[in-house]
Design a protein around this ligand. Sequence first.
Ligand SMILES: Cc1cc2nc3c(=O)[nH]c(=O)nc-3n(C[C@H](O)[C@H](O)[C@H](O)COP(=O)(O)O)c2cc1C
Length: 212
Amino acid sequence: MNKVKIIIICLIALVVVGGLGAVIIKNINTEENQTLDSTITDEQGKEAKLNLNSDKILVIYFSETGNTQKLAKLISDKVGGDFIRIETEKVYPTDYNELVDDAKKEKENDDRPKLKTLNINLDDYDTIFIGYPIWWYQMPMAMYTLFDNYDFADKTIIPFNTHEGSGSSGTYEDIQKLEPKAKVLEGLPIRGGDMVSDQSSKVDSWLNKLGI
Ligand SMILES: Cc1cc2nc3c(=O)[nH]c(=O)nc-3n(C[C@H](O)[C@H](O)[C@H](O)COP(=O)(O)O)c2cc1C
């Protein structure tokens, strides 16, 4: 009898542990499968909706697994102006773990991955929303290339980012240091996983708080 009980308990334990394992693996796979949305493309000349007089508005973003892209599109649809993705010449690994390793190496080497030419002239804009994910507790190195290559003096920069726990990780202050002549406003950090649901209310209250 005792043996039977032990066997039944072992079988239940196997099912529970196996099930948990499957859930974890599924989650990892979900994360690996996250990708950019090809229907979200660059846009030019959306009617400006901000309370910023005739300022020319740009929303520019870097995103590899699609979360920041979604947030950028949401912001762009609310504020209008132009909308453009920052792309590197190099292609990052699509495998999540390989991407994590690659980004770590880039950070350790203080790399400046080359960017594809932007199809706009940054000089045309006064107010620039800039979005990126947190990679290894800071901006991806591609963002450092952007700030090295372009002059943001006298522009208003409004940062936003996605993350999985690090918040903004001091990156708004980093941007102000990289661009001392720009006016960097308070940014918006949103957890990447939260982008599966509508984040409009967070974006609206952030814009309201900024007075725009
Ligand atoms: C290479 C890499 C490094 C990451 N490092 C961090 C980190 O340090 N802190 C954090 O909160 N999230 C980290 N994340 C999670 C991302 O910030 C989060 O998934 C983000 O929403 C991804 O944005 P994307 O989908 O626009 O590429 C990292 C993700 C990757 C791929």
